[in-house]
Design a protein around this ligand. Structure first.
Ligand code: AMP
Ligand code: MG
Length: 415
């Protein structure tokens, strides 16, 4: 059997390196910045007023008080968005609105609150001091300064900063494009009546959601029956329609049964599906539970494209755990995202049995304070509800067969 670590390496090798492109800001939310962004203009871009009031020379108002107000003419009016046409002469003021450009000669703002708000003349009953209520050029970010570092995930404030700097686009890592396909003649679309012996299909929506959770784009190709020729034809058609995919992700059809369509379709027989030039798809047993049967390699489409393929087992819990173990990290890395940190947490209850020679991933619930972890639900890989009610996986090494309460374990936080 192949070790988990070895299969992780094989799968990671299939995933393309990160690529970037300048993306419109309205599409960039949640994406990771691929390059440092340098300020092409300072912020603030010019000295401006932080208050509605008057641009003044502070010394003209140094002595203003309730008892001895200062009375001066208003020589100009500067709304936001305009620039005063004349410099500020001594013994006069310019009326100025928040955000408007400070006129030459002014060194302070006298807010309306300190005045009678006069139009032609203003009476000030409080003093001001040099620099008061002025937003200085570059005090937030100087020209040429690093605005954001590569690797930052763009959220609302970062989008705002980029816009404030005048960028209509941002250089971000492009999403990986994944063709998610489910095989099985027993599968029925949710929302349809369920015939005897059929089940609702859950893997494709689940795996597509997993891809999208980390910022990828998933294209679902569902309900491919257990038929080798049709499976290939459907993938080829999808690739022709959608264009280049970074990964084909299948579930089901890889174990030891009679109708293992994925395995039959990709594991050779015909030279073009097993040839070394394009790599081949290998089907292996990985020493883990759940998720033992796995496949990975390159698929060569009818028109000669070579596309990485990862074939996961069909049981829903196996498929989802396999995604966590083999795909989450390399797909995230291809979009510039860091790996999820692992935790070390003591078990709230013992693990009585873990299979010898297999790494086990137990569905579990991490306490809110993250101080303990409890394995949850039965081990069978068809128990999807116990996966849905879990918030983490406990990773038990292959050589461990049981653990007492309180033993520290590796925890993969899925929340
Ligand atoms: P297989 O490996 O194809 O034999 O599938 C193993 C188990 O997983 C069977 O019980 C299948 O019905 C189930 N299964 C396979 N694919 C899906 C799917 N897309 N959605 C839900 N269950 C599936
Ligand atoms: Mg099947």
């Amino acid at each position: 059997m192949r070790s988990v670590e070895e299969h992780q390496r094989r799968v990671a090798e299939l995933i393309r390196p990160p690529k970037s492109l300048p993306l419109r800001l309205d599409l960039a939310l949640g994406r990771v910045l691929a390059e440092d962004v340098v300020a092409p203009i300072p912020l603030p871009t010019f000295d401006n007023s932080a208050m509605d009031g008057y641009a003044v020379r502070a010394r003209d108002f140094a002595e203003a008080s309730e008892e001895r107000p200062v009375f001066l003419p208003v020589a100009a009016d500067i709304p936001a968005g305009s620039v005063a046409s004349v410099p500020l002469a001594p013994q006069s003021v310019h009326r100025i609105m928040t955000g408007a450009c400070l006129p030459q000669g002014a060194d302070a703002i006298l807010p309306f609150e300190s005045t009678d708000r006069g139009d032609e003349f203003v009476r000030a009953h409080a003093p001001t001091s040099p620099g008061a209520h002025i937003r200085r050029t570059g005090e937030d970010l100087e020209l040429g300064g690093v605005a954001l570092r590569a690797g930052v995930r763009l959220r609302a404030p970062q989008i705002g900063l980029l816009a404030a700097l005048g960028f209509a686009r941002a250089p971000v890592f492009t999403p990986v494009q994944v063709l998610v396909l489910s095989t099985g003649s027993e599968l029925t679309a949710p929302g349809q009546p369920l015939a005897p012996g059929r089940i609702y299909e859950s893997n494709a929506p689940m795996l597509a959601a997993a891809v999208e959770e980390i910022g990828g784009i998933a294209h679902q190709l569902r309900f491919v029956p257990d038929d080798v020729a049709e499976l290939r034809a459907r993938i080829d058609q999808a690739l022709a329609e959608l264009g280049e995919m970074d990964l084909v992700l299948t579930s089901g059809g890889v174990s030891a049964g009679e109708y293992e369509v994925v395995k039959q379709a990709f594991s050779g027989g015909e030279a073009e599906f097993g040839n070394v030039e394009f790599g081949k798809v290998e089907f292996v047993s990985v020493a883990m539970q759940p998720g033992k049967p796995q496949g990975c390699g390159f698929y060569r489409s009818g028109d000669g494209q070579s596309v990485p393929i990862v074939a996961l087992p069909g049981n829903p819990v196996s498929a989802q755990v396999s995604f966590e173990v083999f795909l989450r990290e390399p797909l995230a890395a291809a979009m510039g995202r860091p790996p999820q940190p692992r935790l070390r947490v003591p078990l709230a209850e013992p693990v009585l049995r873990s299979p010898s020679g297999k790494r086990q991933f137990l569905r579990a619930v991490l306490a809110e304070d993250r101080a303990s972890v409890s394995p949850f639900g039965p081990p069978g890989s068809h128990f999807l509800r116990s996966m849905a009610l879990s918030n983490c996986l406990v990773d038990i090494p292959a050589d461990v067969v049981s653990l007492p309460e309180g033993a520290e374990v590796d925890v993969w936080d899925l929340s």
